[in-house]
Design a protein around this ligand. Structure first.
Ligand SMILES: N[C@@H](CCC(=O)N[C@@H](CS)C(=O)NCC(=O)O)C(=O)O
Length: 204
């Protein structure tokens, strides 16, 4: 059985979408960040770094396996289920890894900083707001350009690369509406229409 420790953020939804893609049964455990539940002793036993999401697989390699970090969760579940979300063809795999990394290691952290300085910081720091907004706009321009010649980030089919980016594009849709980036919008609608995505974003 899978247990997903989750809150409704980009990283939480990224993991929940992947669990839904597998079709495996799972229990969803909300961890309220608003109530700082991630700092509890019990949760820190799952992730010393006190961050959602965490996946626990009672039937993992060698028994119960705890997997924090959304990219590790996506890769783990894709391997466990021999999912087509990891392309078999080496050339497409390299593309997938490139854009998955771009999503997780570039796009997501910059958008997170934009979110912090624009919406949550108690201090107004105009220079930081401008810096992250300019950076974010460049990232959207890049992905819009990449999607100008293709339906998905790697190869011709959806892959982990798309899920590396989707949850962030969705979370920051108010700041950067996909409508402003026509190729992103077409891709966004395509991914949003997937049954697994619709189940993942359904109210708890
Ligand atoms: N690299 C991690 C980031 C996880 C992360 O930043 N989680 C945030 C919510 S989106 C969190 O739990 N923050 C609570 C805290 O740091 O105490 C991943 O992809 O899972």
């Amino acid at each position: 059985m899978l247990d997903l420790y989750f809150w409704g953020t980009n990283n939480g939804y990224r993991a929940r979408t992947m669990v839904e893609e597998t079709g495996l049964p799972y229990n969803l455990h909300p961890v309220s960040l608003a109530k700082l539940e991630q700092l509890s002793d019990d949760f820190r036993k799952l992730h010393i770094g006190h961050k959602i999401p965490v996946l626990v697989d009672s039937d993992g390699p060698g028994g119960r396996t705890v997997i924090p970090e959304s990219p590790a969760i996506l890769r783990y579940l894709a391997r466990k289920t021999n999912s087509p979300l990891i392309p078999k063809d080496e050339r497409t795999l390299v593309e997938m890894e490139t854009w998955f990394s771009y999503g997780i290691a570039t796009f997501c952290p910059i958008l997170a900083q934009h979110g912090y300085f624009t919406f949550r910081s108690s201090e107004d720091v105009p220079g930081a707001k401008k810096y992250y907004d300019t950076y974010a706009r460049d990232l959207y321009t890049v992905i819009n350009q990449h999607l100008g010649t293709r339906d998905y980030f790697a190869g011709n089919e959806i892959s982990l690369a798309d899920y590396g980016l989707y949850a962030d594009v969705r979370q920051y849709a108010k700041s950067y509406p996909p409508e402003n980036y026509p190729n992103v919008k077409k891709w966004y609608d395509r991914v949003s229409a997937r049954p697994a995505v619709q189940r993942a974003y359904a109210p708890i």
